[in-house]
Design a protein around this ligand. Structure first.
Ligand SMILES: CC(C)(COP(=O)(O)OP(=O)(O)OC[C@H]1O[C@@H](n2cnc3c(N)ncnc32)[C@H](O)[C@@H]1OP(=O)(O)O)[C@@H](O)C(=O)NCCC(=O)NCCS
Length: 181
Protein backbone atom coordinates (compact mmCIF):
# COMPACT_ATOMS: atom_id res chain seq x y z
CA UNK A 1 0.00 0.00 0.00
CA UNK A 2 1.29 3.45 -0.86
CA UNK A 3 2.47 5.48 2.10
CA UNK A 4 0.82 8.87 2.67
CA UNK A 5 3.29 11.46 1.54
CA UNK A 6 3.52 14.92 0.05
CA UNK A 7 2.30 15.52 -3.49
CA UNK A 8 4.60 15.35 -6.50
CA UNK A 9 4.67 18.67 -8.35
CA UNK A 10 4.22 19.04 -12.13
CA UNK A 11 7.72 20.52 -12.52
CA UNK A 12 9.24 17.38 -10.95
CA UNK A 13 7.83 15.19 -13.72
CA UNK A 14 9.29 14.33 -17.12
CA UNK A 15 6.81 13.01 -19.71
CA UNK A 16 7.83 10.93 -22.74
CA UNK A 17 5.95 9.02 -25.41
CA UNK A 18 6.73 5.33 -24.94
CA UNK A 19 9.50 3.86 -27.09
CA UNK A 20 11.56 0.66 -27.22
CA UNK A 21 14.32 2.17 -25.05
CA UNK A 22 12.14 2.54 -21.96
CA UNK A 23 12.71 0.02 -19.16
CA UNK A 24 9.22 -1.14 -18.16
CA UNK A 25 10.28 -4.01 -15.89
CA UNK A 26 10.15 -2.22 -12.53
CA UNK A 27 6.61 -0.85 -12.85
CA UNK A 28 4.15 -2.57 -10.47
CA UNK A 29 0.44 -2.23 -9.68
CA UNK A 30 -2.25 -4.18 -7.87
CA UNK A 31 -4.02 -4.03 -11.26
CA UNK A 32 -1.81 -6.62 -12.97
CA UNK A 33 -3.57 -6.27 -16.33
CA UNK A 34 -2.44 -2.62 -16.45
CA UNK A 35 1.16 -3.73 -15.83
CA UNK A 36 0.80 -6.35 -18.58
CA UNK A 37 -0.64 -3.76 -20.97
CA UNK A 38 2.32 -1.44 -20.42
CA UNK A 39 4.88 -4.21 -20.91
CA UNK A 40 3.23 -6.18 -23.72
CA UNK A 41 0.78 -4.01 -25.66
CA UNK A 42 1.38 -0.26 -25.28
CA UNK A 43 4.22 0.06 -27.78
CA UNK A 44 2.72 -2.43 -30.24
CA UNK A 45 -0.63 -0.61 -30.20
CA UNK A 46 1.14 2.69 -30.73
CA UNK A 47 2.99 1.32 -33.75
CA UNK A 48 -0.41 0.33 -35.18
CA UNK A 49 -1.79 3.88 -34.59
CA UNK A 50 -4.30 2.51 -32.07
CA UNK A 51 -3.21 4.62 -29.11
CA UNK A 52 -0.42 6.80 -27.72
CA UNK A 53 1.10 6.03 -24.31
CA UNK A 54 2.76 8.74 -22.22
CA UNK A 55 5.17 7.44 -19.59
CA UNK A 56 5.83 9.69 -16.60
CA UNK A 57 9.17 9.86 -14.80
CA UNK A 58 9.91 11.15 -11.31
CA UNK A 59 13.59 11.23 -10.38
CA UNK A 60 14.30 9.02 -13.40
CA UNK A 61 11.87 6.34 -12.22
CA UNK A 62 8.87 5.38 -14.37
CA UNK A 63 6.05 6.13 -11.90
CA UNK A 64 2.88 6.24 -14.00
CA UNK A 65 1.46 6.14 -17.49
CA UNK A 66 -1.60 7.24 -19.46
CA UNK A 67 -2.78 5.88 -22.82
CA UNK A 68 -4.96 8.03 -25.10
CA UNK A 69 -6.99 7.32 -28.23
CA UNK A 70 -9.90 8.85 -30.12
CA UNK A 71 -13.48 7.94 -29.25
CA UNK A 72 -17.10 8.99 -29.67
CA UNK A 73 -20.12 8.96 -27.41
CA UNK A 74 -23.49 7.69 -28.63
CA UNK A 75 -26.14 10.02 -27.30
CA UNK A 76 -29.15 8.54 -25.55
CA UNK A 77 -31.47 9.29 -22.62
CA UNK A 78 -30.75 12.39 -20.55
CA UNK A 79 -27.53 13.18 -22.41
CA UNK A 80 -29.42 13.23 -25.72
CA UNK A 81 -32.14 15.47 -24.21
CA UNK A 82 -29.47 17.85 -22.89
CA UNK A 83 -27.94 18.32 -26.35
CA UNK A 84 -31.36 18.43 -28.09
CA UNK A 85 -32.17 21.45 -25.90
CA UNK A 86 -29.03 23.11 -27.26
CA UNK A 87 -30.01 22.34 -30.86
CA UNK A 88 -27.38 19.57 -31.21
CA UNK A 89 -29.13 16.68 -32.95
CA UNK A 90 -26.20 14.40 -33.85
CA UNK A 91 -26.39 10.78 -32.72
CA UNK A 92 -22.73 10.72 -31.64
CA UNK A 93 -20.27 13.33 -30.38
CA UNK A 94 -16.45 13.30 -30.59
CA UNK A 95 -14.28 12.43 -27.62
CA UNK A 96 -10.76 11.65 -26.44
CA UNK A 97 -10.55 8.39 -24.53
CA UNK A 98 -8.34 7.49 -21.60
CA UNK A 99 -7.63 3.92 -22.65
CA UNK A 100 -5.39 3.08 -19.68
CA UNK A 101 -4.16 5.03 -16.67
CA UNK A 102 -2.05 3.66 -13.86
CA UNK A 103 0.21 4.82 -11.05
CA UNK A 104 2.92 2.54 -9.63
CA UNK A 105 1.75 1.19 -6.24
CA UNK A 106 4.68 2.85 -4.47
CA UNK A 107 3.65 6.27 -5.80
CA UNK A 108 -0.13 6.22 -5.33
CA UNK A 109 -1.69 9.03 -3.29
CA UNK A 110 0.87 11.64 -4.36
CA UNK A 111 -1.33 13.40 -6.90
CA UNK A 112 -0.02 11.69 -10.03
CA UNK A 113 -3.42 10.32 -11.05
CA UNK A 114 -4.94 13.81 -10.82
CA UNK A 115 -2.03 15.34 -12.75
CA UNK A 116 -2.51 12.75 -15.54
CA UNK A 117 -6.24 13.57 -15.76
CA UNK A 118 -5.37 17.28 -16.05
CA UNK A 119 -2.81 16.35 -18.73
CA UNK A 120 -5.58 14.60 -20.73
CA UNK A 121 -7.83 17.66 -20.36
CA UNK A 122 -5.00 19.89 -21.59
CA UNK A 123 -4.44 17.71 -24.66
CA UNK A 124 -8.18 17.66 -25.44
CA UNK A 125 -8.31 21.46 -25.17
CA UNK A 126 -5.33 21.81 -27.51
CA UNK A 127 -7.04 19.52 -30.04
CA UNK A 128 -10.14 21.71 -29.79
CA UNK A 129 -8.25 24.94 -30.25
CA UNK A 130 -6.49 24.08 -33.48
CA UNK A 131 -6.92 20.49 -34.67
CA UNK A 132 -10.41 18.95 -34.42
CA UNK A 133 -13.62 19.04 -32.41
CA UNK A 134 -13.60 17.09 -29.16
CA UNK A 135 -16.44 17.53 -26.68
CA UNK A 136 -15.72 14.83 -24.07
CA UNK A 137 -13.04 12.84 -22.36
CA UNK A 138 -14.24 9.27 -21.86
CA UNK A 139 -13.02 6.43 -19.70
CA UNK A 140 -14.16 2.87 -18.95
CA UNK A 141 -13.58 2.87 -15.19
CA UNK A 142 -12.82 -0.40 -13.46
CA UNK A 143 -14.96 -1.22 -10.46
CA UNK A 144 -13.19 -2.75 -7.50
CA UNK A 145 -15.08 -4.48 -4.66
CA UNK A 146 -12.59 -2.90 -2.23
CA UNK A 147 -13.99 0.68 -1.83
CA UNK A 148 -10.66 2.55 -1.45
CA UNK A 149 -9.55 1.04 -4.76
CA UNK A 150 -12.73 1.76 -6.74
CA UNK A 151 -11.50 4.06 -9.51
CA UNK A 152 -15.00 5.46 -10.22
CA UNK A 153 -14.74 7.68 -7.15
CA UNK A 154 -11.33 8.90 -8.30
CA UNK A 155 -12.73 10.00 -11.67
CA UNK A 156 -15.80 11.58 -10.08
CA UNK A 157 -13.53 14.08 -8.34
CA UNK A 158 -12.57 15.81 -11.61
CA UNK A 159 -15.70 15.55 -12.13
CA UNK A 160 -16.39 12.74 -14.60
CA UNK A 161 -20.06 11.63 -14.79
CA UNK A 162 -21.43 8.11 -15.19
CA UNK A 163 -23.31 7.51 -18.44
CA UNK A 164 -23.45 3.70 -18.59
CA UNK A 165 -22.55 0.46 -16.90
CA UNK A 166 -21.50 -3.07 -17.79
CA UNK A 167 -22.19 -4.86 -14.51
CA UNK A 168 -21.04 -8.26 -15.81
CA UNK A 169 -17.60 -6.90 -16.77
CA UNK A 170 -17.57 -4.54 -13.73
CA UNK A 171 -16.97 -1.51 -15.93
CA UNK A 172 -18.56 1.93 -15.55
CA UNK A 173 -18.63 4.21 -18.60
CA UNK A 174 -17.76 7.77 -17.60
CA UNK A 175 -17.31 11.07 -19.40
CA UNK A 176 -16.15 14.58 -18.71
CA UNK A 177 -17.78 17.43 -20.65
CA UNK A 178 -14.89 19.67 -21.75
CA UNK A 179 -17.26 22.66 -21.76
CA UNK A 180 -17.50 22.32 -17.97
CA UNK A 181 -13.79 22.32 -17.06
C1 LIG B 1 -6.77 5.27 -9.49
C2 LIG B 1 -5.32 5.83 -9.50
C3 LIG B 1 -4.95 6.19 -10.92
C4 LIG B 1 -5.28 7.09 -8.62
O1 LIG B 1 -3.97 7.66 -8.72
P1 LIG B 1 -3.30 8.46 -7.50
O2 LIG B 1 -2.07 9.10 -8.00
O3 LIG B 1 -3.17 7.56 -6.34
O4 LIG B 1 -4.44 9.54 -7.21
P2 LIG B 1 -4.26 10.98 -6.55
O5 LIG B 1 -3.13 10.95 -5.57
O6 LIG B 1 -4.21 11.99 -7.63
O7 LIG B 1 -5.63 11.09 -5.74
C5 LIG B 1 -6.64 12.00 -6.08
C6 LIG B 1 -7.81 11.83 -5.16
O8 LIG B 1 -8.52 10.63 -5.49
C7 LIG B 1 -8.57 9.77 -4.37
N1 LIG B 1 -8.35 8.43 -4.90
C8 LIG B 1 -7.23 7.96 -5.46
N2 LIG B 1 -7.41 6.72 -5.89
C9 LIG B 1 -8.67 6.41 -5.57
C10 LIG B 1 -9.45 5.28 -5.75
N3 LIG B 1 -8.97 4.19 -6.36
N4 LIG B 1 -10.72 5.30 -5.32
C11 LIG B 1 -11.21 6.39 -4.70
N5 LIG B 1 -10.54 7.51 -4.51
C12 LIG B 1 -9.28 7.51 -4.95
C13 LIG B 1 -7.45 10.19 -3.46
O9 LIG B 1 -7.74 9.86 -2.12
C14 LIG B 1 -7.39 11.68 -3.69
O10 LIG B 1 -8.40 12.31 -2.91
P3 LIG B 1 -8.12 13.75 -2.24
O11 LIG B 1 -7.94 14.71 -3.41
O12 LIG B 1 -9.35 14.00 -1.46
O13 LIG B 1 -6.87 13.60 -1.45
C15 LIG B 1 -4.32 4.81 -8.91
O14 LIG B 1 -4.79 4.37 -7.66
C16 LIG B 1 -4.09 3.60 -9.79
O15 LIG B 1 -3.26 3.61 -10.68
N6 LIG B 1 -4.85 2.50 -9.56
C17 LIG B 1 -4.68 1.28 -10.32
C18 LIG B 1 -5.11 1.43 -11.72
C19 LIG B 1 -6.49 1.97 -11.90
O16 LIG B 1 -7.43 1.68 -11.16
N7 LIG B 1 -6.61 2.78 -12.94
C20 LIG B 1 -7.86 3.28 -13.40
C21 LIG B 1 -8.44 2.20 -14.22
S1 LIG B 1 -9.69 2.77 -15.23
Amino acid sequence: MAEKASKILPNEIKIEIINQKHDLTRFTSYEQDLVDFLRDDALRNQEQNLSVTFVWFYRNRLVSYITLLTDRISLSGKLQDYFMDKGVTYKTLPALKIGRLCVDDEFRGKGLGTLMLRFAVQIAKEINQSKAGCRFITVDAKRNPNPPLDSVKFYQKLPFKIFGENTKEKITFMCLDLKLV
